[in-house]
Design a protein around this ligand. Structure first.
Ligand SMILES: [Zn+2]
Length: 292
């Protein structure tokens, strides 16, 4: 197996420069910086050049009616994205972006993910969650403020646990009906109020597969801006082996032994079964399991 790269959508070179967001004068200065650049987007999709770099233009090209979101500084150069509040959120059904992500340089993909996640958050939080009044952008795009009741809301991510359960050299993977054909992945679900990550992961695996998990250990995490998740990758020790698939969530769940998992990672499983691509954290969990 190849050496293990980090999960995709991480490792952006952007310095987020929080001190600028909260300083009106400094914010005006970066907006007026002649080097400042605006991320080129086709709605929410990136423009990617043949070398895998993101496309940028000048702030003067910001479309009418759009607001600027200050992404941060790239080697001192202010970087922005444009927010069109009238455009809808793409939500989860955003698969056309995948072909772009495959082409993007990993660091550029991470910058894109930050911009996309921020834009998606704004599009889904245009109104105050407390009184329903339309809110306005504040802090360079890192907050929305309600002029009516004074509530300020901040860009948030939803924690999702994704866990690979292991038992006696075998790994538990499943497939959702919406997955590409023949793809299997680690089981995942949203963390609910009142749960630790470990508890959420154990509950999800039990609900979806009937497998009880004991010890859980953290492996890695990854932002997932489709539309606003943080994937928290865990490995768990299964304490039972009999699978009962929850058909409302999964099409199938199975134990795969090490040889099969290695074959899937190398894309040479005899039945053509596959694991998610290296960009996805599930790939790294599965790789970590076979590499011990
Ligand atoms: Zn309000």
């Amino acid at each position: 197996l190849n050496h293990r790269p980090r999960p995709g959508l991480t490792g952006s070179p952007l310095e987020r420069a929080d001190h600028i967001r909260t300083d009106e004068e400094a914010l005006a200065k970066v907006c007026g910086d002649l080097r400042a650049r605006l991320l080129r987007l086709d709605d929410l999709d990136p423009e990617v050049d043949p070398l895998g770099a993101l496309g940028w233009c000048s702030l003067a090209d910001c479309p009418d009616g759009c607001e600027l979101l200050f992404l941060g500084l790239d080697q001192g150069v202010p970087c922005f994205a444009a927010l069109d509040e009238a455009a809808p959120s793409a939500g989860q059904g955003a698969y056309r972006v995948w072909r772009h992500l495959d082409m993007l340089d990993p660091a550029h993909a991470a910058t894109y993910a930050a911009a996309r996640g921020l834009i998606e958050w704004h599009r889904r939080h245009l109104h105050c969650g407390r009184c329903g009044t339309r809110t306005r952008i504040a802090k360079g795009g890192w907050s929305r403020a309600c002029a009516d009741c004074g509530t300020e809301q901040f860009p948030r991510v939803d924690p999702v646990v994704i866990m690979l359960a292991e038992h006696d050299g075998e790994a538990l993977v499943g497939r959702q009906p919406r997955f590409p054909p023949d793809r299997y992945s680690a089981l995942a679900g949203f963390v609910e109020p009142g749960e630790s990550l470990e508890e959420a992961a154990r509950r999800e695996v039990l609900e979806e597969s009937g497998i009880r998990v004991g010890r859980v250990r953290y492996q890695a995490s990854q932002p997932w801006p489709f539309p606003g998740s943080l994937m928290i990758g865990l490995l768990g020790e299964a304490e039972s082996t009999e699978i009962v698939v929850d058909r409302t969530e999964l099409e199938d769940a199975r134990w795969f032994d090490r040889d099969e998992v290695c074959a899937m990672l190398a894309d040479r499983h005899p039945d053509g079964l596959k694991v998610p691509p290296a960009m996805a954290i599930a790939h790294h969990l599965i790789r970590a399991a076979v590499e011990g």
